[in-house]
Write a protein that binds this ligand. Structure first.
Ligand SMILES: Cc1cc2nc3c(=O)[nH]c(=O)nc-3n(C[C@H](O)[C@H](O)[C@H](O)COP(=O)(O)O)c2cc1C
Length: 169
């Protein structure tokens, strides 16, 4: 699949078949995440892979917009480990790049996915920190629901020529 085809095909999928994601596909998602660019190549990410139904249900209560988490068969939590920070302020950008890589790899693998934000919203961070008993140096950044989609969504063309400025604003 061409990169632009995966980009255009990617939509947030919140309804999934009751079919587990194969271990090989989970590994490919994680490999895609860890190939992302990061500030001074700090690679500050860690991941928690969740397939347990009870834990997925608990994740769906992390906040009001996380309900779809219980529809999926897999969640990957994207975490920052402060011990790997070379530049304290750029980890969110690193973890966003890793997250988007997983969303695009999911398209390639025939999976659907939805990114659900955690940090920097304090009560969400506290909920996930408590659920997984995370040490102080670990920051939960987001959680991504994955699974086989029950149906695909249409391409939504979002190109707006008036948002682009050439040479000056
Ligand atoms: C930072 C971020 C946070 C998001 N948080 C949630 C969320 O909590 N729950 C959810 O269902 N979708 C969430 N989304 C998905 C967006 O709602 C979705 O990307 C947007 O509506 C555009 O639709 P599309 O992904 O189908 O193109 C989030 C996306 C991003 C990038």
């Amino acid at each position: 699949m061409n990169v632009i085809d995966a980009i255009n095909k990617r939509r947030s999928i919140r309804k999934f078949e009751d079919k587990p994601v194969e271990k090989e596909k989970i590994d490919l998602l994680l490999r895609a995440a860890m190939q992302a660019p990061s500030a001074v190549n700090e690679q500050p990410w860690e991941f928690i892979v969740v397939e347990d139904k009870d834990t997925l249900e608990k994740l769906s209560h992390a906040h009001d917009y996380a309900m779809a988490m219980k529809n999926g068969t897999l969640a990957i939590l994207v975490l920052a480990n402060k011990n790997y920070f070379a530049i304290d302020s750029l980890w969110q950008q690193d973890l966003s790049a890793a997250s988007e890589n997983m969303l695009l790899e999911a398209v390639e693998l025939g999976l659907g996915a939805t990114w659900m934000a955690i940090a920097p919203i304090e009560d969400r961070v506290a909920y996930i920190r408590d659920l997984f008993n995370l040490p102080e140096n670990i920051i939960p950044f987001n959680m991504i629901a994955f699974g086989y989609p029950t149906k695909e969504k249409d391409f939504d063309d979002r190109f707006k020529a008036d948002r682009v400025h050439y040479e000056k604003y």
